[in-house]
Design a protein around this ligand. Structure first.
Ligand code: GLY
Length: 316
């Protein structure tokens, strides 16, 4: 039994492992671990106290995938409810659908009994105001929700000071079944309704018992365009090791044309539980815990250089 996660998953990985040790399934372990990250007020990239969109609304994206059956569930742009990963799980378990967004996702969250909650904390409200007012005149900021050309300001979503992090969990249980989950509040100051890779099966998340699983954090637009999570698993299907598959999928991103930032990370596991982490930013780590370990251990991710192809209008 093993759980791997992005390093901000430390707060939840022990809970995941306890579930596996008690005979629970990989899918239960993934959901439980991610819920603790979503509730962590220190983490501004996931769940409660996540950075909001440009209008100050916290919009959550999450997905979960069961490698036994390739069943999956996802929610996107969910406002007003904390446990996006549980909403995604319930979509998977109780609807004939895979993906709900916006008002439909919020309605569903209420139906399944999730508590409504204001996810925007005072400190994040203040960070947003301070940052946006550096670039947006006060009179426009005060009426931003009525701004007819909101797109003018959305380049702020590529602010390099704002991590566009996310949490990734992959678990393998005592039966050898694999599951993966991803949750995020997405890019700070994004355009309302923007979905990243996290809720998109095949982009930010993929699990298949026969080959393995992968989950991404970073610039979701790139993972969407390259189907990165699915590519990693597909490369394993083609016979590559988990390390070769990850490097290959990262290198694929350098072949994308158009604009993108050099920000991508992912974790991957093969069907035997061998794992690896990858990053385009040197010095990044991920964590893993096997059932014979007292606590999670941090491992350096393999660095693969991406070519930056982005210029912020503000710096032009
Ligand atoms: N990878 C998270 C996002 O792009 O929203």
């Amino acid at each position: 039994m093993i759980v791997i996660a992005s390093s901000n998953g430390r707060i939840g990985i022990q809970r995941s492992m306890d579930i596996l040790k008690a005979g629970g399934s990989a899918i239960d372990a993934v959901e439980a671990g991610i819920r603790l990250v979503e509730a962590n007020p220190e983490d501004h990239t996931v769940g409660y106290s996540g950075f909001p969109n440009i209008l100050g609304q916290v919009e959550l994206d999450a997905s979960i995938m069961d490698g036994r059956t390739l069943t999956s569930g996802a929610v996107g742009a969910l406002q007003g409810y904390l446990y996006a990963i549980t909403a995604a799980r319930k979509v998977m378990d109780s609807l004939p659908h895979v993906f709900l967004v916006g008002e439909g996702a919020a309605r569903f969250a209420a139906e399944i009994g999730l508590e409504p909650m204001d996810l925007l904390t005072d400190d994040v409200r203040e960070i947003r105001q301070r940052r946006l007012l550096k670039s947006i005149p006060q009179e426009i900021f005060d009426k931003l929700d009525q701004e007819p050309e909101l797109r003018r300001w959305v380049h702020l979503a590529t602010d390099p000071e704002r991590a566009w992090s996310t949490v990734n969990f992959i678990a393998r249980d005592a039966n050898g079944d694999i599951a993966s989950g991803v949750s995020t509040s997405g890019w700070a100051w994004k355009y309302p309704g923007r979905l990243g890779d996290s809720p998109i099966i095949g982009a930010g998340n993929y699990a298949d018992n026969r080959y393995g699983a992968a989950a991404c954090t970073g610039m979701g637009e790139m993972a969407i365009r390259a189907s990165t999570a699915h590519s990693i698993v597909f490369y394993m299907k083609m016979g590559l090791s988990v390390s070769e598959a990850g490097k290959r999928a990262m290198e694929d991103l350098n072949d994308l044309g158009g604009r993108y930032l050099d920000v991508m990370n992912f974790v991957a596991m093969d069907r035997e539980g061998n794992h690896s982490g990858f990053t385009s930013m040197p010095g990044k780590s991920y964590i893993y815990q096997r059932d014979d370990m007292a606590e999670a251990v941090e491992l350096e991710r393999t660095f693969v250089k991406l070519n930056q192809r982005w210029q912020n209008p503000e710096s032009e």
